[in-house]
Design a protein around this ligand. Structure first.
Ligand SMILES: [Mg+2]
Length: 232
C-alpha cells in the first residue's frame, strides 16, 4: 500500500489564513484595550511578517508581540498560549481536503501526516479540524526527534504504519523541508506553490499544484513523473 506523506501547515490546513484571522482579531482587541485608534492594516502586517510563516520561534514571537503591543502587564506565556490557541481556533478546514483524503484511502493509499512542530500544537490542529479521523497517523518532529528535510522522518512514518516507502509520494509547501526532504529520501513530490516561483536550482518537485486536493488527485491519477508542469 503506497503512502501519501503529507505536510500539515499550509498543505492540509491553510495556516496563513488562520494566522491572518487571528491577527485581525488580536490587533482589534489590543486597540480597544489601549484606547487607541485601531490601525489594523499596519499591525496585522507586522504580525504576519514577525510570524515568518510559522518559522519564528514562538517564545521570541511572544516577546516581540509583548513589546509591540504594550502588553508588559501580561506574562509571555499567556501571550504564547493565546497565539497558539488563537491560531487553532481560526483554522477553517476546506472540506475538499478530508474528501480527497477519503478518496485516496478508498483507492488504497495510506495518508500519513509528517510535520515539523510541537506535538501538543500539531495534534491540537489535527483534532480540532477533524483531520485526525481522515489519516492513518502522523509523525511530528518534536516527538520523532528529527525534522524534515531529514529523510529518516519519512522512514519513521513508514515504520509506524507498517508500510514501505516504495511508491510513496510527499506533498508539501516548503521547498526546503518537504521537497528537499523528498529528494533526500529519493521520493517523488508535489509542491504547493502558494503563488511563489520555484527558486532552487539544485532540485525540483516532481509536480507543482495549487491545492492539496489537486495534489492528491494528480498522484492518484498517476501522472508520469516526467510530465512536470511548466514553471515547476
Ligand atoms: Mg508547510
Amino acid at each position: 500500500m503506497p503512502l501519501l506523506l503529507l505536510d500539515l501547515d499550509n498543505t492540509l490546513i491553510d495556516r496563513a489564513a488562520a494566522f491572518r484571522r487571528w491577527a485581525v482579531s488580536f490587533t482589534a482587541e489590543c486597540a480597544i484595550r489601549n484606547g487607541a485608534e485601531p490601525t489594523p492594516g499596519a499591525d496585522v502586517k507586522w504580525l504576519i511578517d514577525a510570524d515568518r510563516d510559522g518559522l519564528e520561534p514562538r517564545d521570541r514571537l511572544a516577546a516581540s508581540i509583548q513589546q509591540r503591543f504594550g502588553l508588559e502587564d501580561r506574562q509571555q506565556r499567556e501571550i504564547l498560549a493565546e497565539l497558539r490557541g488563537g491560531l487553532v481556533e481560526n483554522i477553517e478546514l476546506d472540506p475538499e481536503v478530508p474528501a480527497a483524503l477519503d478518496r485516496a484511502r478508498a483507492a488504497g493509499w495510506i495518508p500519513v501526516v509528517v510535520t515539523n512542530g510541537t506535538v501538543a500544537q500539531q495534534e491540537r490542529k489535527l483534532r480540532h479540524t477533524g483531520l485526525a479521523e481522515h489519516v492513518a497517523g502522523w509523525v511530528i518532529s518534536e516527538g520523532a526527534g528529527i525534522r524534515k528535510p531529514d529523510p529518516l522522518i519519512f522512514r519513521l512514518a513508514a515504520d509506524q504504519t507498517g508500510q514501505s516507502l516504495a511508491g510513496a509520494w510527499v506533498i508539501g509547501d516548503s521547498a526546503e523541508a518537504d521537497i528537499g526532504g523528498a529528494r533526500n529520501a529519493g521520493l517523488p513530490s508535489v509542491w504547493l506553490h502558494r503563488n511563489r516561483a520555484w527558486s532552487h536550482p539544485d532540485f525540483a518537485p516532481t509536480l507543482t499544484k495549487d491545492t492539496c486536493p489537486q495534489a492528491i488527485t494528480a498522484i492518484m491519477t498517476h501522472i508520469p513523473a516526467h510530465l512536470t508542469e511548466p514553471g515547476a
